[in-house]
Design a protein around this ligand. Structure first.
Ligand code: CP
Length: 300
């Protein structure tokens, strides 16, 4: 059985089913009527992803096992694999994992309980990608022919990786915009400037400058004016165009601080959508693994 590692694993039909399920969870209170244990194993810092998984799990009635990497036996040298085997042995029914290594999943392939990827190095962040899709879909009701630009530190972004291919698969025209040194040549999409992007894009998806992943430190003082979303550029966006950002935001670096909560911004909507999309993903994975069936998901 496959762990939930990438949006690429999902068919278009499954993607649209998850969008529908997430919107159903936004409207109805639903719980799983079976005792199940889930652990959120975050080996890298997180606020949104960890907390929205926790809220999603509790809303579904799942028992959340508390784990703090810094207070665990990792401090005694235990490996990722042995930590995960421990949770499998004590009866966890599913795991949500974030780790800074790109390939962590490869050493966990034979774990016999489902694993959901909550962020893998610079490679993938599929639950963020899915909540971004939900936010775009709720705005435009389609992905076909939307012009979407992903702007910022593309090279170090797992969000860019998860989103670009999927958005193209769903019919959007995907563009990238990055300062010199922040491009990712492995992504086969055209690069445009932020000044070009604001003139015709329906979605301007900003990314955080990921200082913690940079070997060489870049000067960010001039970044906003040269490559970021200033208030002047926001004024030139299409009337219906929206701004996304996975957050956390470096206010005043990749975008002007005042734009974080402007009328075009859907940044906090993305966070809210994250809870419901993660409920949809959790139930999708538990059903796929045969741990629950749809009769156990009940309105309450
Ligand atoms: N967007 C996101 O993954 O945020 P966190 O790092 O706070 O989880």
């Amino acid at each position: 059985m496959e762990h939930f590692i990438s949006i690429d694993q999902l068919s278009k039909q499954e993607i649209f089913q998850l969008l529908e399920d997430a919107q159903m969870y936004q409207m109805k209170k639903m719980k799983i009527s079976k005792q199940l244990f889930v652990a959120n194993l975050f080996f890298e810092p997180s606020t949104r992803t960890k907390m929205s998984f926790t809220v999603a799990e509790r809303k579904l009635g799942l028992e959340v096992l508390d784990f703090h990497a810094e207070a665990s036996s990792l401090a005694k040298g235990e490996t990722l694999y042995d930590t995960v085997k421990t949770f499998e042995s004590i009866g966890a029914n599913a795991l949500v994992i974030r780790h800074d290594a790109d390939q962590w999943i490869e050493e966990l392939e034979h774990i016999t309980i489902p694993i959901i990827n909550a962020g893998a190095g610079t490679r993938e962040h599929p639950t963020q990608g899915m909540l971004d899709l939900l936010t775009i879909y709720q705005e435009f009701n389609t992905f076909e022919n939307l012009n979407i630009v992903i702007v910022g530190d593309i090279k170090h972004s797992r969000v860019a990786n998860s989103n670009a291919h999927t958005l193209q698969r769903l019919g959007a025209n995907v563009y990238l915009s990055a300062a010199p040194g922040y491009e990712d040549e492995s992504l086969p999409f055209p690069y445009i400037t932020i000044d070009e992007a604001v003139e015709f894009c329906d979605v301007v998806m900003m990314l955080r400058i990921q200082h913690e992943r940079h070997v060489e430190k870049h000067d960010t003082k001039q970044y906003l004016e040269q490559f970021g979303l200033t208030k002047e550029r926001e004024q030139r966006m299409l009337s219906k165009a929206i701004i996304l950002h996975p957050a956390p935001v470096n206010r005043g670096v990749e975008m002007d601080s005042d734009l974080v909560e402007c009328s075009r911004s859907r940044i906090f909507k993305q966070m809210n959508n994250g809870v419901f999309m993660r409920m949809a993903i959790l139930t999708h994975v538990l059903q796929k693994w045969g741990i629950i069936n749809e009769n156990l998901i009940k309105e309450c």
